[in-house]
Design a protein around this ligand. Structure first.
Ligand code: PEP
Ligand code: MG
Length: 457
Protein backbone atom coordinates (compact mmCIF):
# COMPACT_ATOMS: atom_id res chain seq x y z
CA UNK A 1 0.00 0.00 0.00
CA UNK A 2 2.83 2.37 0.88
CA UNK A 3 4.50 1.71 -2.48
CA UNK A 4 1.21 2.37 -4.29
CA UNK A 5 0.79 5.59 -2.32
CA UNK A 6 4.34 6.81 -3.09
CA UNK A 7 3.92 5.88 -6.79
CA UNK A 8 0.71 7.90 -6.93
CA UNK A 9 2.44 10.92 -5.42
CA UNK A 10 5.34 10.67 -7.89
CA UNK A 11 2.86 10.38 -10.75
CA UNK A 12 0.97 13.44 -9.52
CA UNK A 13 4.17 15.49 -9.49
CA UNK A 14 5.23 14.23 -12.93
CA UNK A 15 1.84 15.21 -14.30
CA UNK A 16 2.22 18.68 -12.82
CA UNK A 17 -0.82 18.18 -10.63
CA UNK A 18 -0.49 20.78 -7.89
CA UNK A 19 -3.61 19.70 -5.97
CA UNK A 20 -3.04 19.87 -2.26
CA UNK A 21 -3.56 17.08 0.20
CA UNK A 22 -6.94 17.05 1.91
CA UNK A 23 -5.05 17.46 5.15
CA UNK A 24 -3.48 20.74 4.10
CA UNK A 25 -6.60 22.76 3.21
CA UNK A 26 -7.35 26.12 4.80
CA UNK A 27 -10.16 26.56 7.33
CA UNK A 28 -13.49 27.26 5.62
CA UNK A 29 -12.79 24.99 2.66
CA UNK A 30 -15.49 23.22 0.66
CA UNK A 31 -14.05 20.10 -0.94
CA UNK A 32 -15.47 19.42 -4.41
CA UNK A 33 -14.50 16.09 -5.97
CA UNK A 34 -15.77 13.45 -8.33
CA UNK A 35 -15.77 10.88 -5.53
CA UNK A 36 -13.96 10.24 -2.29
CA UNK A 37 -13.51 6.81 -0.77
CA UNK A 38 -14.57 6.46 2.89
CA UNK A 39 -10.92 5.81 3.78
CA UNK A 40 -10.09 9.38 2.64
CA UNK A 41 -13.27 10.92 4.01
CA UNK A 42 -12.11 9.55 7.36
CA UNK A 43 -9.16 11.96 7.16
CA UNK A 44 -11.24 15.13 6.67
CA UNK A 45 -10.78 17.61 9.49
CA UNK A 46 -14.12 19.27 10.35
CA UNK A 47 -12.25 22.28 11.74
CA UNK A 48 -11.01 23.00 8.21
CA UNK A 49 -13.45 21.32 5.81
CA UNK A 50 -16.88 22.92 6.19
CA UNK A 51 -18.54 21.30 3.20
CA UNK A 52 -18.19 18.30 0.91
CA UNK A 53 -19.68 18.12 -2.60
CA UNK A 54 -19.35 14.94 -4.63
CA UNK A 55 -20.36 14.36 -8.22
CA UNK A 56 -20.83 10.66 -7.50
CA UNK A 57 -22.35 8.65 -4.65
CA UNK A 58 -25.59 8.62 -2.72
CA UNK A 59 -26.79 9.78 0.65
CA UNK A 60 -26.33 6.43 2.40
CA UNK A 61 -22.88 5.78 0.95
CA UNK A 62 -20.23 5.27 3.62
CA UNK A 63 -18.61 8.55 2.57
CA UNK A 64 -21.88 10.41 3.22
CA UNK A 65 -22.24 8.64 6.57
CA UNK A 66 -18.68 9.60 7.49
CA UNK A 67 -19.39 13.27 6.63
CA UNK A 68 -22.51 13.16 8.79
CA UNK A 69 -20.54 11.67 11.66
CA UNK A 70 -18.03 14.50 11.42
CA UNK A 71 -20.89 17.02 11.16
CA UNK A 72 -19.58 18.23 7.77
CA UNK A 73 -22.39 19.44 5.52
CA UNK A 74 -22.36 17.22 2.45
CA UNK A 75 -24.11 16.71 -0.85
CA UNK A 76 -23.48 13.65 -3.04
CA UNK A 77 -24.52 12.65 -6.55
CA UNK A 78 -24.61 16.14 -8.11
CA UNK A 79 -23.45 14.96 -11.53
CA UNK A 80 -20.79 16.92 -13.52
CA UNK A 81 -19.46 19.83 -11.46
CA UNK A 82 -15.65 19.59 -11.17
CA UNK A 83 -15.25 21.05 -14.67
CA UNK A 84 -17.27 24.13 -13.70
CA UNK A 85 -16.01 24.90 -10.24
CA UNK A 86 -12.59 26.48 -9.76
CA UNK A 87 -10.21 26.69 -6.83
CA UNK A 88 -11.04 29.61 -4.55
CA UNK A 89 -14.61 30.01 -5.82
CA UNK A 90 -17.38 30.60 -3.31
CA UNK A 91 -19.68 27.60 -2.84
CA UNK A 92 -22.71 27.32 -0.61
CA UNK A 93 -23.65 23.78 0.42
CA UNK A 94 -27.25 23.08 1.42
CA UNK A 95 -27.29 19.54 2.79
CA UNK A 96 -31.00 19.69 3.65
CA UNK A 97 -32.04 20.13 0.04
CA UNK A 98 -29.08 18.45 -1.66
CA UNK A 99 -27.82 21.64 -3.36
CA UNK A 100 -24.40 23.08 -4.09
CA UNK A 101 -24.74 26.73 -5.12
CA UNK A 102 -21.81 28.32 -6.96
CA UNK A 103 -21.30 32.06 -6.39
CA UNK A 104 -24.52 32.53 -4.41
CA UNK A 105 -26.13 35.98 -4.74
CA UNK A 106 -26.33 38.35 -1.77
CA UNK A 107 -30.11 37.81 -1.63
CA UNK A 108 -29.72 34.08 -1.47
CA UNK A 109 -27.10 34.31 1.24
CA UNK A 110 -29.39 36.57 3.28
CA UNK A 111 -32.21 34.05 2.99
CA UNK A 112 -29.86 31.30 4.07
CA UNK A 113 -28.62 33.38 6.99
CA UNK A 114 -32.22 33.59 8.20
CA UNK A 115 -32.67 29.86 7.77
CA UNK A 116 -29.42 29.09 9.60
CA UNK A 117 -30.61 31.23 12.49
CA UNK A 118 -34.02 29.49 12.54
CA UNK A 119 -32.34 26.09 12.63
CA UNK A 120 -29.99 27.21 15.38
CA UNK A 121 -32.92 28.30 17.53
CA UNK A 122 -34.71 25.04 16.75
CA UNK A 123 -31.69 22.94 17.71
CA UNK A 124 -31.28 24.92 20.88
CA UNK A 125 -34.89 24.22 21.79
CA UNK A 126 -34.12 20.51 21.37
CA UNK A 127 -31.20 20.65 23.75
CA UNK A 128 -33.77 20.76 26.55
CA UNK A 129 -34.49 17.13 25.63
CA UNK A 130 -30.94 15.95 26.35
CA UNK A 131 -31.81 14.72 29.81
CA UNK A 132 -35.41 13.61 29.15
CA UNK A 133 -36.19 9.93 28.57
CA UNK A 134 -36.89 8.45 25.11
CA UNK A 135 -40.40 7.33 26.02
CA UNK A 136 -43.30 7.23 23.57
CA UNK A 137 -46.63 8.92 24.29
CA UNK A 138 -48.09 5.59 25.35
CA UNK A 139 -45.21 4.87 27.73
CA UNK A 140 -42.85 2.55 25.77
CA UNK A 141 -39.17 3.20 26.42
CA UNK A 142 -37.00 3.00 23.32
CA UNK A 143 -33.29 2.44 23.73
CA UNK A 144 -31.99 5.42 21.80
CA UNK A 145 -28.32 4.96 21.09
CA UNK A 146 -25.68 6.33 18.75
CA UNK A 147 -23.71 5.15 15.72
CA UNK A 148 -20.03 6.04 15.95
CA UNK A 149 -16.85 5.61 13.96
CA UNK A 150 -14.32 7.30 16.22
CA UNK A 151 -13.89 7.85 19.93
CA UNK A 152 -14.52 11.62 19.65
CA UNK A 153 -18.05 10.85 18.48
CA UNK A 154 -18.60 8.69 21.55
CA UNK A 155 -18.01 11.77 23.68
CA UNK A 156 -20.39 13.81 21.50
CA UNK A 157 -22.99 11.02 21.74
CA UNK A 158 -22.78 11.13 25.54
CA UNK A 159 -23.22 14.90 25.47
CA UNK A 160 -26.32 14.60 23.27
CA UNK A 161 -27.87 12.09 25.69
CA UNK A 162 -27.37 8.74 23.89
CA UNK A 163 -28.15 5.68 26.01
CA UNK A 164 -25.39 3.56 24.62
CA UNK A 165 -23.68 2.85 21.32
CA UNK A 166 -25.84 0.86 18.91
CA UNK A 167 -23.18 0.57 16.22
CA UNK A 168 -19.45 1.12 16.50
CA UNK A 169 -18.08 1.01 12.93
CA UNK A 170 -14.62 -0.26 13.90
CA UNK A 171 -13.26 -0.62 10.37
CA UNK A 172 -12.42 3.10 10.34
CA UNK A 173 -9.65 2.40 12.85
CA UNK A 174 -8.15 0.17 10.19
CA UNK A 175 -8.75 2.63 7.33
CA UNK A 176 -7.41 5.65 9.23
CA UNK A 177 -4.25 3.80 10.27
CA UNK A 178 -3.91 2.19 6.83
CA UNK A 179 -3.03 -1.05 8.60
CA UNK A 180 -4.79 -3.45 10.96
CA UNK A 181 -4.90 -2.02 14.48
CA UNK A 182 -3.30 -4.31 17.07
CA UNK A 183 -5.27 -6.08 19.81
CA UNK A 184 -3.87 -3.63 22.36
CA UNK A 185 -4.72 -0.50 20.28
CA UNK A 186 -8.25 -1.74 19.82
CA UNK A 187 -8.66 -2.76 23.45
CA UNK A 188 -7.72 0.73 24.67
CA UNK A 189 -10.36 2.37 22.44
CA UNK A 190 -13.14 -0.14 23.15
CA UNK A 191 -12.50 -0.06 26.91
CA UNK A 192 -12.63 3.75 26.94
CA UNK A 193 -15.99 3.79 25.14
CA UNK A 194 -17.28 1.02 27.43
CA UNK A 195 -16.34 3.03 30.54
CA UNK A 196 -17.86 6.20 29.08
CA UNK A 197 -21.25 4.54 28.62
CA UNK A 198 -21.40 2.13 31.53
CA UNK A 199 -24.02 0.76 32.39
CA UNK A 200 -25.49 1.36 28.92
CA UNK A 201 -24.57 -1.06 26.14
CA UNK A 202 -21.79 -0.54 23.63
CA UNK A 203 -22.30 -2.73 20.56
CA UNK A 204 -19.06 -3.23 18.68
CA UNK A 205 -19.40 -4.36 15.11
CA UNK A 206 -16.49 -6.44 13.82
CA UNK A 207 -14.64 -5.00 10.80
CA UNK A 208 -16.97 -4.29 7.87
CA UNK A 209 -14.10 -4.07 5.39
CA UNK A 210 -14.57 -4.61 1.66
CA UNK A 211 -17.35 -3.14 -0.49
CA UNK A 212 -16.44 0.56 -0.67
CA UNK A 213 -14.33 0.38 2.49
CA UNK A 214 -10.99 -0.73 1.10
CA UNK A 215 -7.55 0.78 1.03
CA UNK A 216 -6.53 2.20 -2.38
CA UNK A 217 -5.25 -0.44 -4.73
CA UNK A 218 -7.62 -3.27 -3.82
CA UNK A 219 -10.08 -4.18 -6.58
CA UNK A 220 -12.87 -6.69 -7.08
CA UNK A 221 -15.37 -6.94 -9.95
CA UNK A 222 -18.43 -6.63 -7.69
CA UNK A 223 -17.11 -5.43 -4.33
CA UNK A 224 -20.46 -5.15 -2.56
CA UNK A 225 -21.20 -8.75 -3.51
CA UNK A 226 -17.68 -9.91 -2.83
CA UNK A 227 -15.28 -10.40 0.03
CA UNK A 228 -16.86 -8.02 2.48
CA UNK A 229 -17.43 -7.88 6.25
CA UNK A 230 -17.91 -11.27 7.97
CA UNK A 231 -16.82 -13.05 4.78
CA UNK A 232 -13.50 -11.23 4.86
CA UNK A 233 -12.83 -11.66 8.58
CA UNK A 234 -13.69 -15.38 8.51
CA UNK A 235 -10.95 -15.70 5.91
CA UNK A 236 -8.51 -13.72 8.07
CA UNK A 237 -8.75 -15.40 11.46
CA UNK A 238 -5.59 -13.64 12.66
CA UNK A 239 -7.30 -10.26 12.20
CA UNK A 240 -10.62 -11.55 13.55
CA UNK A 241 -8.99 -13.13 16.62
CA UNK A 242 -7.14 -9.89 17.52
CA UNK A 243 -10.39 -7.96 17.30
CA UNK A 244 -12.50 -10.45 19.25
CA UNK A 245 -9.95 -10.62 22.08
CA UNK A 246 -9.82 -6.82 22.23
CA UNK A 247 -13.63 -6.63 22.41
CA UNK A 248 -13.86 -9.38 25.05
CA UNK A 249 -11.20 -7.69 27.18
CA UNK A 250 -13.14 -4.40 26.98
CA UNK A 251 -16.26 -6.23 28.17
CA UNK A 252 -14.71 -6.37 31.65
CA UNK A 253 -15.05 -2.55 31.79
CA UNK A 254 -18.67 -2.01 30.83
CA UNK A 255 -21.67 -3.44 28.99
CA UNK A 256 -19.98 -4.53 25.76
CA UNK A 257 -21.58 -6.70 23.06
CA UNK A 258 -20.38 -7.79 19.64
CA UNK A 259 -22.26 -8.05 16.33
CA UNK A 260 -21.32 -9.36 12.91
CA UNK A 261 -21.95 -7.45 9.66
CA UNK A 262 -23.39 -8.75 6.39
CA UNK A 263 -24.28 -12.20 7.64
CA UNK A 264 -25.98 -14.08 4.81
CA UNK A 265 -25.89 -17.67 6.12
CA UNK A 266 -26.32 -19.30 9.53
CA UNK A 267 -22.99 -21.07 9.08
CA UNK A 268 -21.26 -17.68 9.16
CA UNK A 269 -22.82 -16.95 12.54
CA UNK A 270 -21.83 -20.38 13.85
CA UNK A 271 -18.25 -20.02 12.64
CA UNK A 272 -17.99 -16.51 14.08
CA UNK A 273 -19.33 -17.73 17.44
CA UNK A 274 -16.73 -20.48 17.41
CA UNK A 275 -14.05 -17.81 17.02
CA UNK A 276 -15.54 -15.93 19.99
CA UNK A 277 -15.19 -19.12 22.04
CA UNK A 278 -11.60 -19.55 20.83
CA UNK A 279 -10.80 -15.97 21.84
CA UNK A 280 -12.28 -16.64 25.30
CA UNK A 281 -10.06 -19.71 25.69
CA UNK A 282 -6.97 -17.69 24.81
CA UNK A 283 -7.90 -15.02 27.35
CA UNK A 284 -8.64 -17.60 30.05
CA UNK A 285 -5.22 -19.16 29.45
CA UNK A 286 -3.70 -15.68 29.79
CA UNK A 287 -5.69 -15.09 32.97
CA UNK A 288 -7.44 -12.05 31.47
CA UNK A 289 -10.97 -11.11 32.56
CA UNK A 290 -14.03 -10.65 30.36
CA UNK A 291 -17.80 -10.48 30.88
CA UNK A 292 -19.05 -14.06 31.44
CA UNK A 293 -22.48 -13.03 30.02
CA UNK A 294 -20.97 -11.51 26.86
CA UNK A 295 -23.69 -11.25 24.16
CA UNK A 296 -23.38 -11.91 20.44
CA UNK A 297 -25.72 -10.32 17.88
CA UNK A 298 -26.29 -10.35 14.14
CA UNK A 299 -26.78 -7.46 11.74
CA UNK A 300 -29.70 -8.13 9.46
CA UNK A 301 -28.69 -6.41 6.25
CA UNK A 302 -29.05 -9.04 3.56
CA UNK A 303 -32.43 -10.32 2.33
CA UNK A 304 -31.41 -13.88 3.25
CA UNK A 305 -30.75 -12.84 6.87
CA UNK A 306 -34.14 -11.10 7.05
CA UNK A 307 -35.95 -14.10 5.58
CA UNK A 308 -34.10 -16.44 7.98
CA UNK A 309 -34.33 -14.03 10.93
CA UNK A 310 -36.32 -16.50 13.07
CA UNK A 311 -33.59 -19.11 12.78
CA UNK A 312 -30.76 -16.62 13.27
CA UNK A 313 -32.59 -15.33 16.34
CA UNK A 314 -32.48 -18.81 17.87
CA UNK A 315 -28.68 -18.68 17.85
CA UNK A 316 -27.88 -15.16 19.01
CA UNK A 317 -28.85 -12.64 21.70
CA UNK A 318 -30.08 -9.74 19.57
CA UNK A 319 -30.61 -8.56 15.99
CA UNK A 320 -29.75 -5.13 14.60
CA UNK A 321 -31.16 -4.18 11.21
CA UNK A 322 -28.84 -2.38 8.80
CA UNK A 323 -31.35 -0.74 6.48
CA UNK A 324 -28.70 0.82 4.24
CA UNK A 325 -27.41 -2.50 3.03
CA UNK A 326 -30.77 -4.21 3.37
CA UNK A 327 -32.20 -1.64 0.92
CA UNK A 328 -29.19 -1.96 -1.38
CA UNK A 329 -29.35 -5.75 -1.54
CA UNK A 330 -33.16 -6.07 -1.60
CA UNK A 331 -33.66 -3.56 -4.41
CA UNK A 332 -30.38 -4.44 -6.17
CA UNK A 333 -29.38 -0.75 -6.08
CA UNK A 334 -25.76 0.14 -5.33
CA UNK A 335 -26.00 2.57 -2.39
CA UNK A 336 -23.08 4.63 -3.72
CA UNK A 337 -24.08 4.88 -7.38
CA UNK A 338 -25.60 8.24 -8.33
CA UNK A 339 -27.06 6.81 -11.57
CA UNK A 340 -29.48 4.65 -9.61
CA UNK A 341 -29.81 6.86 -6.51
CA UNK A 342 -33.46 7.55 -7.34
CA UNK A 343 -34.23 3.83 -7.02
CA UNK A 344 -32.70 3.67 -3.55
CA UNK A 345 -35.64 4.12 -1.22
CA UNK A 346 -35.87 2.39 2.13
CA UNK A 347 -39.62 3.03 2.18
CA UNK A 348 -40.05 0.56 -0.69
CA UNK A 349 -42.71 -1.94 0.45
CA UNK A 350 -40.28 -4.86 -0.10
CA UNK A 351 -37.85 -3.33 2.39
CA UNK A 352 -40.63 -2.52 4.86
CA UNK A 353 -41.84 -6.11 4.61
CA UNK A 354 -38.37 -7.48 5.47
CA UNK A 355 -37.92 -5.05 8.37
CA UNK A 356 -41.29 -6.04 9.82
CA UNK A 357 -40.54 -9.72 9.34
CA UNK A 358 -37.20 -9.33 11.19
CA UNK A 359 -38.76 -7.46 14.11
CA UNK A 360 -41.56 -10.04 14.47
CA UNK A 361 -39.10 -12.95 14.22
CA UNK A 362 -36.87 -11.53 16.95
CA UNK A 363 -39.82 -11.01 19.27
CA UNK A 364 -41.22 -14.47 18.60
CA UNK A 365 -37.85 -15.88 19.67
CA UNK A 366 -37.81 -13.67 22.76
CA UNK A 367 -34.86 -11.43 21.85
CA UNK A 368 -34.64 -7.68 21.29
CA UNK A 369 -34.17 -6.04 17.91
CA UNK A 370 -32.77 -2.67 16.91
CA UNK A 371 -32.27 -0.53 13.82
CA UNK A 372 -28.87 1.05 13.17
CA UNK A 373 -29.31 1.98 9.49
CA UNK A 374 -30.34 5.44 8.24
CA UNK A 375 -33.97 4.29 8.35
CA UNK A 376 -33.90 5.26 12.04
CA UNK A 377 -32.64 8.73 11.11
CA UNK A 378 -35.65 10.07 9.29
CA UNK A 379 -39.10 10.91 10.47
CA UNK A 380 -41.11 8.46 8.29
CA UNK A 381 -38.67 5.68 9.16
CA UNK A 382 -38.97 6.35 12.88
CA UNK A 383 -42.74 6.35 12.66
CA UNK A 384 -42.69 2.98 10.89
CA UNK A 385 -40.23 1.47 13.38
CA UNK A 386 -42.25 2.58 16.39
CA UNK A 387 -45.38 1.12 14.78
CA UNK A 388 -43.57 -2.16 14.12
CA UNK A 389 -42.46 -2.43 17.75
CA UNK A 390 -38.70 -1.99 17.44
CA UNK A 391 -36.84 -1.99 20.78
CA UNK A 392 -33.77 0.07 19.95
CA UNK A 393 -32.80 2.79 17.47
CA UNK A 394 -29.30 3.96 16.79
CA UNK A 395 -28.64 7.25 14.99
CA UNK A 396 -25.70 9.59 14.44
CA UNK A 397 -24.86 11.50 17.65
CA UNK A 398 -26.07 14.89 16.40
CA UNK A 399 -29.53 13.48 15.72
CA UNK A 400 -30.17 12.14 19.21
CA UNK A 401 -32.10 15.18 20.54
CA UNK A 402 -34.36 15.37 17.47
CA UNK A 403 -34.97 11.61 17.52
CA UNK A 404 -35.91 11.84 21.17
CA UNK A 405 -38.36 14.64 20.45
CA UNK A 406 -40.04 12.47 17.81
CA UNK A 407 -40.25 9.39 20.02
CA UNK A 408 -41.87 11.44 22.76
CA UNK A 409 -44.54 12.66 20.35
CA UNK A 410 -45.60 9.30 18.91
CA UNK A 411 -48.19 6.84 20.15
CA UNK A 412 -47.06 3.39 19.02
CA UNK A 413 -50.62 2.07 18.70
CA UNK A 414 -51.51 4.82 16.24
CA UNK A 415 -48.19 4.29 14.41
CA UNK A 416 -49.03 0.57 14.11
CA UNK A 417 -52.25 1.49 12.25
CA UNK A 418 -50.19 3.48 9.75
CA UNK A 419 -47.76 0.55 9.34
CA UNK A 420 -50.66 -1.81 8.60
CA UNK A 421 -51.84 0.52 5.82
CA UNK A 422 -48.31 1.05 4.44
CA UNK A 423 -47.65 -2.68 4.17
CA UNK A 424 -50.59 -3.05 1.79
CA UNK A 425 -49.22 -0.54 -0.71
CA UNK A 426 -47.29 -1.30 -3.87
CA UNK A 427 -44.75 1.49 -4.32
CA UNK A 428 -42.41 3.66 -2.26
CA UNK A 429 -44.17 6.75 -3.59
CA UNK A 430 -47.53 5.51 -2.31
CA UNK A 431 -45.94 4.85 1.09
CA UNK A 432 -44.48 8.36 1.16
CA UNK A 433 -47.85 9.89 0.26
CA UNK A 434 -49.63 7.84 2.91
CA UNK A 435 -47.09 8.86 5.54
CA UNK A 436 -47.34 12.53 4.66
CA UNK A 437 -51.14 12.41 4.89
CA UNK A 438 -51.25 10.36 8.08
CA UNK A 439 -48.56 12.39 9.79
CA UNK A 440 -50.54 15.57 9.17
CA UNK A 441 -53.74 13.92 10.44
CA UNK A 442 -52.51 11.81 13.33
CA UNK A 443 -49.29 13.50 14.43
CA UNK A 444 -49.69 17.23 13.70
CA UNK A 445 -47.31 17.91 16.60
CA UNK A 446 -44.49 16.44 14.46
CA UNK A 447 -44.66 19.10 11.76
CA UNK A 448 -41.99 21.11 13.58
CA UNK A 449 -39.48 18.31 13.16
CA UNK A 450 -37.24 18.73 10.18
CA UNK A 451 -35.99 15.27 9.41
CA UNK A 452 -38.13 14.94 6.32
CA UNK A 453 -36.34 17.82 4.63
CA UNK A 454 -33.06 15.99 4.81
CA UNK A 455 -32.84 15.05 1.16
CA UNK A 456 -29.03 14.91 1.01
CA UNK A 457 -29.56 14.14 -2.69
C1 PEP B 1 -26.40 -0.52 7.26
O1 PEP B 1 -26.01 -1.16 6.29
O2 PEP B 1 -27.54 -0.06 7.39
C2 PEP B 1 -25.48 -0.26 8.40
C3 PEP B 1 -25.91 0.28 9.51
O3 PEP B 1 -24.16 -0.54 8.21
P1 PEP B 1 -23.23 0.39 7.27
O4 PEP B 1 -23.98 1.63 6.93
O5 PEP B 1 -22.00 0.65 8.04
O6 PEP B 1 -22.99 -0.50 6.08
MG1 MG C 1 -24.16 -2.23 6.46
Amino acid sequence: MDIADVSNRVMRHLLGDDSRSLLEVAPGTVVVAHDLPPSEAALLDPRKVVGLVLEAGGKTSHTAIMAKAKEITAVAGTGPLCETVTDGQRVFVDGYRGLAILNPSANRLRAYDDEIERRRVYRESLSALTTSAPVTKDGRTIDLSANIEFIAEARAARKYGARGIGLFRTEYMYLAKRRPPTEEEQFLVYAEVAKLFKPYPVIIRTFDLGGDKVLAGYTEANPFLGLRAIRLTLGRLDLFGDQLRAILRASAFGNVKVMFPMVSTIEELRRAKLEVERAKEVLKARGVEFDPDFEVGVMVETPSAAIMADRLAQECSFLSIGSNDLTQYTLAVDRGNEHVAKLFDHLHPAVLYLIKKTIDAAHQQGIWVGMCGEFASDLPGMLMLLGMGVDEMSVSPGMIPEAKGIIRNIDTGVAAEVVAQALKLGTALEVQRLLRREMDRKFPQLTGFQFEENKGK
